[in-house]
Design a protein around this ligand. Structure first.
Ligand code: CAA
Ligand code: NAP
Length: 246
């Protein structure tokens, strides 16, 4: 297998760390962004202790200017990006009748505009080199909606609209574009949901438990090898059976 350059946005987070590790274990050179340098360096050192080298660069993906600088910095350090995982994301949950314009735009900016901001500076290079893998980390709640998440569900559904358009435009260039839609995974994002509400959600998951970040990293890795070149525009649900729409 050829070693490629991979960028996982939000790689320092719960799901991101597992995706970074898995891609590195597959033999790829992996990079991610940080917003807080001290936090980014501490995370990098922790992975180094586990035998995983990760390149890091500063960047807030909700800003097109930051994203462009981030990509050029990574290119300088390890070469052009062949595999992009748009994973960075946030929640600002609130019922819509109470939602502020800031809660709306923060979530759309970080979760959806980021896909434009980060993918735009890498797509031309992938097209020239005739190979690329782009994976959006969407959510079960983009597929089914969720009480208190009009902003988040809109952004996550939008991510798959982005996937299926890009998939069509870039198929002839050896680039596949796919979505992974995780269900509820045990990371800080889900632990921030009030415990009583969270317990009610877990009760609706047929597997009877939250998912693990490793289970999402496995789903992402499925789209990466050359053998996955025929799979594009897909939305892979990894949700413990909580939502089985198709
Ligand atoms: N369906 C129907 N009614 C619901 C409901 C639901 N899913 N959730 C809450 N309600 C009702 C409550 O029963 C309550 O009704 P009453 O007023 O009649 O008692 C009313 O809504 C208000 O509920 P809360 O007291 O919880 O209201 P709140 O304003 O304090 O909080 C909330 C509202 C922010 C939406 C809170 O319920 C919440 O955090 N819910 C979880 C949202 C969620 O799933 N977020 C996912 C975060 S993780 C993630 O996003 C990752 C991913 O992709 C899966
Ligand atoms: P997490 O642990 O909170 O990690 C989020 C990551 O995104 C962090 O590295 C964070 O960096 C980064 N990030 C946030 N805003 C950013 C910005 N503006 N610019 C750059 N990086 C930013 O969350 P997670 O659970 O791993 O979630 C990862 C992705 O999976 C998200 O897109 C989320 O919506 C999606 N998802 C999660 C679940 C779940 O159940 N956990 C389910 C479905 C989908 P900082 O440290 O700088 O904040």
């Amino acid at each position: 297998m050829q070693s490629r350059v991979a960028l996982v946005t939000g790689g320092t987070g719960g799901i991101g760390t597992s995706i970074v590790k898995r891609l590195a274990q597959m033999g790829h050179k992996v990079a991610t962004n940080y917003r807080d340098e001290a936090k980014g360096r501490a995370w990098q050192a922790q992975l180094k202790e586990q035998g995983i080298d990760v390149t890091i660069a500063h960047g807030d993906v909700s800003s097109a200017e930051h994203a462009e600088t981030l990509i050029r910095d990574i290119e300088r350090q390890i070469g052009p990006v062949d595999i992009l995982v748009n994973n960075a994301g946030i929640t600002r949950d609130s019922t819509f009748h109470r939602m502020t314009s800031e809660q709306w735009s923060d979530v759309i900016g970080t979760n959806l505009n980021s896909c434009f901001n980060v993918t735009r500076p890498v797509i031309e290079g992938m097209r020239e080199r005739k190979w690329g893998r782009i994976v959006q980390i969407s959510s079960i709640n983009g597929q089914k909606g969720q009480y208190g998440q009009a902003n988040y569900a809109a952004a996550k559904a939008g991510m798959h609209g982005f996937t299926i358009s890009l998939a069509q435009e870039n198929a002839k260039f050896g680039i596949t574009v796919n979505t992974v839609s995780p269900g509820y995974i045990a990371t800080d994002m889900v632990m921030a949901v009030p415990e009583d509400v969270r317990n009610k959600i877990v009760a609706q998951i047929p597997t009877g438990r939250l998912g693990t970040p490793e289970e999402i990293a496995y789903a992402v890795s499925f789209f990466v090898p050359d053998e996955a070149g025929w799979i594009t525009g897909a939305n892979l649900s990894a949700n413990g059976g909580q939502y089985m729409g198709w």
